[in-house]
Write a protein that binds this ligand. Structure first.
Ligand SMILES: [Ca+2]
Ligand SMILES: [Ca+2]
Length: 136
């Protein structure tokens, strides 16, 4: 229940971020990217947020359609010489308003590539992928 509430709160934050990009006070960017199918079945989101004294990033995957395909979002950034990758999947069916969210701490100003794809089941190949670059 605690997790569900937190997810709902973060999803609400994501919606606010979607509609209030220009008023963000942080240096980080809010980015959303859709899959490349003609009616995008998946959306990836990335944003910076401050929750009390927590200064962090969040990213999510949203399954927009009940089409048998899930949405998977992958974020990648460079830390020292190494690439760091995190993923989140929306695998519990289509809920066009609700995103599956994870939080992650990334140094301010870091370029973060956010990619969203669709896939069929946990091991399906990635398809209809698109990506953008955001700043943490
Ligand atoms: Ca779907
Ligand atoms: Ca879902």
């Amino acid at each position: 229940m605690r997790t569900a509430l937190r997810t709902a709160t973060l999803a609400g934050t994501a919606l606010l971020a979607f509609t209030a990009m220009s008023t963000s006070a942080s240096a980080g960017t809010t980015v959303s990217v859709n899959t490349t199918d003609s009616t995008p079945g998946g959306t990836g989101i990335f944003w910076h947020y401050i929750d009390g004294d927590i200064n962090t990033e969040a990213f999510g995957a949203r399954d927009n359609q009940a089409d048998g395909l899930r949405a998977i979002t992958t974020i990648t950034w460079r830390s020292g010489g190494a690439l760091v990758t995190r993923t989140v999947e929306d695998a519990n069916g289509a809920n066009p308003v609700e995103s599956e969210i994870k939080t992650v701490k990334i140094p301010e100003g870091t370029d973060v590539t956010i990619q969203v794809c669709l896939k069929d089941g946990p091991n399906g190949r990635h398809r209809f992928c698109d990506h953008k670059v955001a700043k943490a």
